[in-house]
Ligand binder design. Structure first.
Ligand code: GLV
Ligand code: GLV
Length: 324
């Protein structure tokens, strides 16, 4: 069987695939256009794709032989799951392996914004540091503050648990009660307006879908404290970027740390000019260990799927109804 990989991923994953299949990989060091993916998909049984690839109806239905889609990401909003499911094509993601890594990036951003690390580095490096000063680069304390988690799934939970050493008061918004957070941190499940009003640090860990699109917009930003810090390592369109520009410019909040953008990879010029924001290039899962595990996880899912087995991280198991 033949598999197309839309961009070079770490070798251990490619090697697993090569043992089982004929593997073709995007030869360029860039994302492919939708038309290019359709072209490469001709005659392939499996597609291993990235979160930057729009795997929509046109792509999925362009190849009648296609029987497995392995997304190299935990988020799979880039894949039209309904179309894949109608075609009985299993789709898999890479959960678990990137949970701590992503949570660590959220903490890195939280501290960097709270203590103005990037701004201070530029200040110091450029020779403007003339000695200790009482009012120099004042930030926000983290210990004993209120931490607000929006989306208490795997990553949100791991992120919250890492607050233990900072003795924080933890609030969360989720559809479900999170017993781990309630038992281990005394965390409280609250509604969004309450979380926004009470939290000093707010971190987004939701999947992107209709109900989370622009979940943080003007009204929500206005509810936050003037000293609040907002962190987003989930998906860009969860925040209305223009509203965030306004909030940061007019200092409705203290600052923000973003790993993802509404119109990725485009970032509003106004956002880039602000000092009270730290920008990361969607690299929250970007460690050598984790990207390697994501590659082997995606490959293992591909192998299971093309053998007709249920992939270990299948996100549309209804495809197998009746076969179980
Ligand atoms: C990264 O954004 C992922 O979904 O894995
Ligand atoms: C700071 O360096 C202090 O000694 O207070």
């Amino acid at each position: 069987m033949k598999v197309f990989v839309t961009r070079k991923i770490p070798e251990p994953g490619l090697n697993l695939l090569r043992k089982e299949f004929e593997v073709e990989i995007n030869p360029y060091d860039r994302a492919l256009s939708k038309e290019e993916i359709i072209g490469e998909l001709k005659g392939k049984d499996g597609l291993l794709c990235l979160l930057t690839d729009p795997i929509d109806e046109d792509v999925i239905n362009s190849e009648p032989k296609l029987k497995m889609i392995a997304n190299y990401a935990v988020g799979y909003d880039n894949v039209d799951i309904k179309v894949a499911t109608d075609r009985k094509i299993p789709v898999s993601n890479t959960p678990g392996v990137l949970t701590d890594t992503t949570a660590e990036m959220a903490w890195a951003l939280l501290f960097s914004v709270a203590r103005r690390i990037v701004e201070s580095d530029e200040f110091t490096r450029s020779g403007r540091f003339k000695g200790w000063a009482p009012m120099l680069m004042l930030g926000q304390d983290v210990s004993k503050k209120t931490l607000g988690i929006i989306g208490a799934g795997r990553i949100g939970t791991a992120f919250a648990l890492k607050s233990k050493g900072f003795n924080m008061n933890v609030l969360y918004v989720d559809n479900r009660l999170n017993e781990t957070l309630e038992n281990e941190l005394g965390a409280k499940k609250v509604d969004l307006p309450f979380l926004l009003k009470e939290s000093d640090f707010i971190s987004l860990h939701v999947a992107l879908n209709k109900s989370t699109y622009h979940m943080i917009s003007e009204k929500e930003l206005k509810r936050m404290k003037k000293s609040a810090v907002l962190i987003n390592t989930s998906r860009g369109p969860v925040i209305n970027e223009q509203a965030l520009v306004k909030a940061l410019k007019e200092k409705w909040i203290f600052g923000a740390g973003l790993d993802v953008y509404e119109h990725e990879p485009e970032i509003s010029d106004e956002l880039k000019k602000l000092d009270n924001i730290i920008l990361q290039p969607h690299s929250a899962s970007g460690t050598i260990e984790t990207r390697t595990k994501m590659a082997t996880t995606a490959a293992e899912n591909m192998i299971a799927g093309l053998k007709g087995e249920i992939p270990p991280n299948c996100v549309n198991t209804e495809v197998f109804k009746g076969k179980l």
